[in-house]
Write a protein that binds this ligand. Structure first.
Ligand SMILES: [Zn+2]
Length: 160
């Protein structure tokens, strides 16, 4: 067993997961100082609530409080286009919501500011590939450090 810092009770560690911003691989949320993913060597390791990413293969974006895309997972590239075309671009140029872009922007901004709520919204993606995939949902949760919003994209089929 790794030693737990006194400031981090066990139950809080178990509720959190560390993930790679590039390949999506999930690791235990241990504070070992590692910042770069050992699996792909490209992504940065961020921490989020354990339920935020259901499957390491789920496409996701990491978005700043200013609603700009700061990281793109490999599986999200297949849906939204390559990383270079997305990085530092506005999230709302890649994604919109039938609940209103205001609602999407608000949820992302709150998560990026560290909200503990995990919010799910119906979304549409601008890319043709994503439109063909069918109705989508975004699960939005806080991640970091540094603070940002994790926007995980899922097919909305289970809503039927
Ligand atoms: Zn990785």
């Amino acid at each position: 067993m790794a030693k737990q810092a006194a400031t981090q009770p066990l139950h809080r560690i178990a509720e959190r997961v560390r993930f790679c911003t590039r390949c999506g691989t999930m690791h235990p949320a241990l504070d070992d100082g590692k910042r770069v993913c050992g699996d792909c060597g490209m992504g940065v390791l961020l921490t989020a609530q354990a339920g935020a990413i259901a499957d390491p293969g789920d496409p996701f974006l990491v978005v700043s409080e200013e609603l700009r895309v700061v990281a793109v997972s490999q599986s999200a590239e297949q849906m939204f286009g390559n990383e270079a075309s997305l990085l530092s671009h506005p999230l709302l140029s890649a994604l919109s919501s039938s609940e209103g872009d205001d609602a999407l922007a608000r949820a992302v901004r709150r998560a990026a500011m560290g909200s503990r709520d995990v919010v799910t919204l119906p979304v549409r993606a601008a890319s043709a590939v994503a439109r063909d995939a069918g109705p989508l949902e975004a699960r939005i949760a806080a991640c970091g450090p540094p603070r940002a919003a994790l926007v995980v994209i899922e097919l909305a089929l289970r809503a039927l």
